[in-house]
Write a protein that binds this ligand. Sequence first.
Ligand code: RNT
Ligand code: ZN
Length: 420
Amino acid sequence: MADSRQVEQAYSLARERYASLGVDASAALENVSEISISLQCWQGDDVRGFEDSGAEIGGGLAVTGNYPGKATTVDELRSDLEQAYSLIPGSHRLNLHACYGEFPKRVERDQFGVEHFQGWIDWARHQEVKLDFNPTYFAHEKAADGFTLSHYDAGIRSFWIDHGIACRKIGAAMGKAQRSPCVTNVWVPDGHKDTPADRRAPRERLAQSLDSIFAEKIDSLHNLDAVECKLFGIGSESYVVGSHEFYLGYAISRNKLLCMDSGHFHPTEVVSDKLSSVLMYVPEILLHISRGVRWDSDHVVTLGDELQAIAQELIRGDYLDRVHIGLDFFDASINRVAAWVIGARNTLKALLFALLEPTGQLKELELDGDFTRRLALMEELKSMPFGSVWDYHCMKSGSPVGADWLDEVRAYEKDVLSLR
Ligand code: RNT
Ligand code: ZN
């Protein structure tokens, strides 16, 4: 267990060091406490959901690993989430997928209603967690050939359009109940494994389908629509209908949020560099913080260069009020609760680190043309006593300090997960 006196002392020294750079560490702590991260429900059960459709996950989403203890019921998933939230400083959101509704019997996706999510809405109110939402366009026989909203068959398209319409209404009901807009994010797997003969028609159909889904005006205090692009998926290596250019254009022309997943671009392309461009033209952004490894986009988020760069952009550009931060990874090879905690704590660490930067000073150096000092200072910042500020933040937020959280996950594993 961390010694609270030591944590306090280390913080007080760190605060002085930051003050000498003109950085107010306690203001940074206040700011980071205000940031909510939307935890992806699907990390808890390997993207299975409770729908019992019998279909394989598909859509190019692949979860590997068979670590014991995954949630198989809604109560288990909620209990795992509660455990995760208790180990992450601050108050955070939950990103639900439509296939995680509570269905008394098989309900078709175009028939999903608020009643199937009332249990989640009640749980969320009780937990003081706010909800975000996603229609589920995969793991279904009508998505088995890899196409949904851009399908050539009008009947299949209209089924998926109706699913999208139903989900927007559910999102709006969540947003209304929680007095905070629910971000409802559309991601479709549509694409071709091999070179298509027609790249144009599916894109035109996707835009039309989306227009039909978004036709009804919904109060933005209740629901915000986001659309998520992707470069390629497993099985859609040659062509993804909803590419970055497609959705960037769509979001700008329809005034929608663009969802940028940090694992959905070319390996040397980075979301951090796109934020300030995209935010010139779209009102708000949804981030799916993820970690790409070679061809896979969904590894547990670590505190790496790109995560830090994204956080720095959000702070340097003063974008926090226009950016919704969600996590998107699924790893079944390690303890699933630990995966959430690691990814969420790292995202918060990156944000706190960025908040502890003397941004004004760096920008001045830049204007003065003193790029030498700009680089020197940026590098020196990396060895400032950031960890002491983070530890203090965890302690003050009633969250475990350092790796102490892992002891709690281990105890939970022994008492709960291993009995499943
Ligand atoms: C898939 C997208 C999408 C999904 C979730 C489960 O490549 O990133 O966000 O991960 O909808
Ligand atoms: Zn994503």
